[in-house]
Structures are given as C-alpha cells and as structure tokens.
Design a protein around this ligand. Sequence first.
Ligand code: B12
Length: 213
Amino acid sequence: MEIYESLKNSVLDYDADGAERYAHQIVDEGLDPIAGLDAISEAMQVVGEGYASRELWLPDLVGAADVSQKALPILEEEIHRRGQETKSLGTVVIGTVLGDIHTIGKSMVGVLLVAAGFRVIDVGADIGTEAFVDAVKENEADILALSALLTTTAPEQGKVIEALKEARLRDRVKIMVGGGAITQGFADSIGADGYGATAPGAVDLAKSLVSAG
Ligand code: B12
C-alpha cells in the first residue's frame, strides 16, 4: 500500500516530519501499525546494506535511525493500545546487551510481543548482566529476550545466562536470543532456549516457549 511505501521512503530520505506524519496517518485511518513497522524495518535493511557496501556512512545510519525513532513510538503506542484488549500470555523482559546501543530491532520484537498478548518489560539497550537478572527476578519473567547486533557484544548474551545460573533463576525463565550478530549455532553454544531471526519469528518462538512450560 502506498502509505507504507511513503513511510519507508521518508526514512530513506531522512525526512523526519514525513515519517511522523505517515505514522499518524496510519493510526488515524485505522490501518495496520505492524505493517508500518515492517516498512521501517525494510528501510533500515536498505540503509544497512548501503553502509556495508560503503555507499553510506555512519552519519547516514544515525540519520535514518533518528527518523525511524520519530515514527516508531507512534506506531508502538497504537499496537500497545490494541494489545491491551487481549489476555496476557506471559511476561517477557527484553533488552539489548552491554556495550550495544542498537534499539530498533529489539523494540520491534517487544512491540510485536505486546500485539500478540504478552506483557513486555523493555529494559532498554546497553544493559549489564546484573540489571537483566534483577529485571527477571522483580517481574517474575517467563521469558528473557536478549538482542545483540555486534559480533563484539554477542558473547554478553552468554554472560547473562551464566549470571542467571549463579542467581539460581535459570530454571525459572526461558531465554530467547536474536539480533543481527546471532545465529542458531551461537544460540545453541551459549545454552539459550531459542533463537529468532525476525520479529514475527520471535513471537512464534515466545508462544512455543511458554506453551512448553
Ligand atoms: C541503525 C544502525 C545503527 C544505529 C543504531 C540506532 C538505534 N537506536 O538502534 C547507530 C548509528 C547508533 C549504530 C551504531 C553502530 N553500529 Co550499527 N547498524 C545499524 C543498522 C544500519 C541497522 C540496525 C537496525 O536497526 N536494523 C533494523 C532492525 C529491525 O533489524 P535487527 O536489529 O536486526 O532486528 C531484527 C532481527 O535481528 C530480530 N531481532 C532483534 N533483536 C532480537 C531479539 C530476540 C530475542 C529475537 C528472537 C529476535 C531479535 O528481529 C528484528 C526484526 O526483524 C545495522 C545494519 C543491519 N543490516 O542490521 C548496523 C550494524 C548492526 N552496525 C554496525 C556497527 C559496526 C556499528 C558501530 C560499531 C559503528 C561505529 N563505527 O561506531 C556502532 C556501534 C554502537 C554500539 N556500541 O552499539 C555493524 C555491526 C557489524 C558486526 N557484525 O559487528 C552493522 C551490521 C552494519 C555493518 N554492515 O557493518 N548502528
């Protein structure tokens, strides 16, 4: 649909006003806010490829991420609003690991989990092991979802799992991992309960983890 294409292009054109306007329009016209997240995700994918092939530079990444951040809260608020109408499937604590400030994918996973009926506590980015352990304990989380986009920060996910073992909480919480730097093989190697490559995949995974008990 044209509006989603316009939203995607506004991110690619670094047009913050446009992104905000299209996000509001999606909400006001009762269109699908999740399709809006997909459009932003596609734009970030294009930006990432441009950066990898050296056609774009760090300020371009920052610019596109800033524009995304204008539209995302508007769509997320609407998804939260609609999610409140459903019964909770369980509690998920989600965050990006220490040393890693990438938030967009993590936030998308969080908001789709809300849309699916989970209670989600998003602890943010650049989060240390202690803070994850505390959040799991305080919220009696059923699932801990860890995101990492850098190969240098991926090992932090393993450290969080070890810290949960030390705190004797590992048996009480399922752990799912994801983010650009993570593979199924890596997830297996650190003893995670599941790996998801996409936000919709993360929702299916979370549902299967809670139903497995
Ligand atoms: C935007 C961006 C930034 C922004 C982040 C802004 C923000 N608020 O998030 C800024 C400019 C700050 C940034 C900084 C850096 N970045 Co950067 N960044 C990106 C970029 C272009 C897009 C990331 C993104 O938002 N993607 C869109 C979302 C929707 O995708 P996603 O995060 O992968 O999430 C999806 C899945 O992975 C999954 N998922 C995510 N989390 C989880 C969690 C669970 C539990 C599950 C199941 C699934 C899941 O679901 C999501 C939706 O489908 C990527 C390129 C790329 N192709 O990913 C580089 C990239 C990740 N960055 C990279 C680098 C190198 C950096 C910097 C080191 C650059 C520098 N020289 O300073 C810094 C590091 C800063 C730090 N300490 O974290 C590299 C990482 C290379 C590597 N393998 O280590 C990449 C891959 C670019 C590249 N091709 O080189 N970056």
